[in-house]
Design a protein around this ligand. Structure first.
Ligand code: HPA
Length: 269
């Protein structure tokens, strides 16, 4: 694990306010960052050793400022394993946010619905995940300063934050689903046979992000709230072929609702 010091020193040079809540914005959901007041932008490429996001719909910068009455830092764009980063690099942004003061982490993503009860546009709170990526961000020498060698994963997604999200959904009249998110390596979408297998395993939704960050956060004791937007039904569940542009278009369409939900959650946590 490379030292975070050069990254932290570069961010400190911007005089950013210490953030209390970290938010990672998924594909097509970057608009929330535009709601942040008094924003200070720090592009990832200015941070020595920081993994750079190349995925479509991801801007690739930190946005520091205020949202829902709290000091926040927002990752407008995340890095994915399929971009070719070593899995350990996906822990870096989470650890940087914690080092800057973040006490709660909100992870959002666009994903495919696996549960037949779900519909495109549904918002799902992640109750738990299945790591089907075949690897783990904690592989490599363990830095005990972050967390233990063999971290417990019994409660990755904070029950208190899920309850706050449920209350926010209720207050705003936004129906929320709950379910299990299965992390898939990508970048190819799944086959219909894989989706049938994943449903049998207990997955409600499938996507190519979130799980590595959630593992890294849990390792270093950061409570996580995971929010998934169902942008499509997974492979074989409809007659449409899957494509990334459609995923981003649906995410953009539902972004305002998700933004309202996340802002309300931040007000109350
Ligand atoms: N599968 C994997 N990742 C995704 C999907 C999907 O169907 N939709 C959006 N991200």
């Amino acid at each position: 694990m490379k030292s975070l010091s050069p990254i932290l020193a570069r961010i400190a040079a911007e005089n950013v306010p210490a953030p209390e809540i970290g938010i990672v914005l998924g594909s097509g959901l970057g608009g929330l960052a535009d709601q942040i007041s008094e924003p200070i932008f720090v592009p990832y490429q200015e941070l020595p050793g920081f993994p750079i996001s190349t995925a479509p719909g991801h801007k690739g910068r930190f946005v520091f400022g205020r949202l829902g009455g709290k000091a926040v830092v927002c990752m407008q764009g995340r890095v994915h394993y399929y971009e070719g980063h070593p899995m350990s690099a996906l822990a870096v942004p989470v650890r940087v946010m914690q080092a800057l003061g973040v006490k709660k982490l909100i992870l959002t993503n666009a994903c495919g619905g696996v549960n037949y009860d779900f519909s495109v546009g549904d918002i799902m709170l992640i109750d738990d995940h299945i790591n089907m990526m075949g690897t783990n961000p904690l592989i490599g020498p363990n830095d005990d300063a972050f967390g233990p060698r063999f971290p417990d994963m019994s409660t990755v997604y904070s029950p208190a934050l899920r309850a706050a999200a449920d209350a926010a959904g209720k207050a705003l009249g936004i129906p929320l689903r709950h379910g299990v998110y299965l992390g898939y390596m990508g970048p190819s979408y799944e086959t219909p046979a894989e989706i049938r297998a994943f449903r049998t395993l207990g997955a409600d939704a499938v996507g190519m992000s979130t799980v590595p960050e959630a593992i890294a956060a849990s390792h270093c004791g950061l409570p996580v709230l995971g929010i998934s937007l169902i942008t499509n039904m997974a492979a074989g569940m409809g007659d449409k072929r899957l494509d990334g542009a459609h995923v981003i278009a649906i995410a953009n369409k539902r972004a305002k609702v998700l933004e309202a939900l996340v802002t309300r959650i931040i007000e109350t946590i």
